[in-house]
Design a protein around this ligand. Structure first.
Ligand code: GN1
Ligand code: MG
Length: 339
């Protein structure tokens, strides 16, 4: 199932027709898959309790539920991989959205997710993926990969373009880390469009899945990540990076949806850094793709050599498009949520 870049996901249909989702957590990415399971256990139980206590959410947000077997909710394979089963939330997924009402729904659902988890202590969760969303560490790892690469072989032209882009924007990697007092909460860690479930008509978003990266983090990590995905109508695996742009209408609609649910979680500092957060997370993801290319494509699944470079170019185009519209986007933020 799905197009995950890291784990493997399967649809299981039982004899009587009930459907479940079976997942293998990639041990090459998550050093301790039992920690991932610990986080998911806490988060799913909390969401389930919260939704039961919020009648207005019935039918509007369906949480994932871990299936329990006789020996617990996880099976550890001989290769170290952890397997788990969850309910299948009926509905549809997509890689991109085009309509503002869909962007609004995506924002609303992430807002619900953040709001419901705001009553759970972030420190109860483990850091199951050290270094994740640590942009300066991503830059450092890129530097190391690049140094190792120029020693061994001659990099190609596309690669060089990406490297020049990174050189010109090194300071971007420190922007969120150096900003004081941004809100730290439990975050999803990977709220891209494909991780939300729409209903059959593609009108309402009913769930947020793929909880491997739930962790303590900045709300702005999630907000930036969600927006870099939602406001890119051509998608992160577009083969034509030249056409990529950051769509302000989708941005506006997403913010309206998020604010309706979770505006109270955001401080003025958070609000002031929303546009920056999108730029930083797009830059960070681009860095991660280039680094994986230089290291030989061992982290993200790729379909051809150079795939990670194209993905990186898409993210870098987004960064540029956000920079070109910076003032307008800041204005949208103030009209939408700086009341
Ligand atoms: C990876 O595996 P998947 O597709 O859920 C990655 C995210 C990236 C995303 C980009 C653990 O997510 O950080 O944003 O690809 N997950 C991990 O598509 O690295
Ligand atoms: Mg994921």
């Amino acid at each position: 199932m799905g197009q995950g870049n890291v784990n493997d996901t399967f649809l299981v249909t039982l004899q009587r027709g009930r459907q479940l989702v079976l997942q293998r957590v990639n041990p090459a990415v998550f050093p301790d898959p039992q920690l991932v399971q610990h986080n998911i256990r806490l988060v799913t139980a909390h969401l389930d309790r919260q939704v039961r206590n919020s009648p207005e959410l019935t039918g509007r947000f369906t949480p994932l539920i871990l299936c329990r077997g006789k020996k617990g909710d996880a099976y550890q394979d001989r290769d170290g991989a952890v397997w788990r089963l969850v309910n299948r939330v009926p509905g549809r997924t997509c890689e991109t959205v085009g309509r503002p009402c869909q962007a609004r729904e995506l924002g609303r659902c992430l807002g619900v997710f953040h709001r419901l988890l705001s009553s759970l202590d972030p420190d109860a969760l483990a850091d199951a993926l050290p270094g994740f969303h640590n942009t300066p560490a991503c830059l450092k790892r890129y530097d190391q990969a690049r140094a190792a690469c120029t020693e061994n072989n001659t990099p190609d032209i596309e690669n060089e373009k990406c490297c020049r882009f990174i050189e010109n924007r090194r300071s971007l990697a420190f922007l969120l880390n150096d900003a004081p007092e941004l809100s730290r909460r439990i975050i999803h860690g990977d709220p891209k469009v494909a991780n939300f479930i729409f209903d059959r008509d593609m009108e309402n978003v009913v769930s947020l899945i793929d909880l491997d990266t739930v962790r303590p983090g900045l709300l702005l990590h999630d907000i930036g990540d969600a927006l870099r995905s939602c406001c890119n109508p051509l998608g992160e695996s577009s083969r034509a990076p030249e056409g990529i742009h950051f769509d302000p209408e989708l941005f506006d609609a997403w913010l309206a949806g998020y604010a309706a649910e979770a505006e109270l979680l955001l401080t003025n500092r958070d609000k002031a850094h929303i546009v920056d957060s999108v730029r930083v997370i797009a830059f960070e993801l681009g860095l991660r793709f280039v680094t994986d290319h230089l290291e030989g494509d061992h982290y993200f699944k790729t379909r051809f050599r150079g795939h990670n470079l194209i993905r990186a170019q898409v993210q870098f185009r987004l960064v540029r498009s956000i920079e070109d519209q910076f003032k307008d986007l800041q204005h949208i933020v103030t009209t939408r949520i700086n009341r």
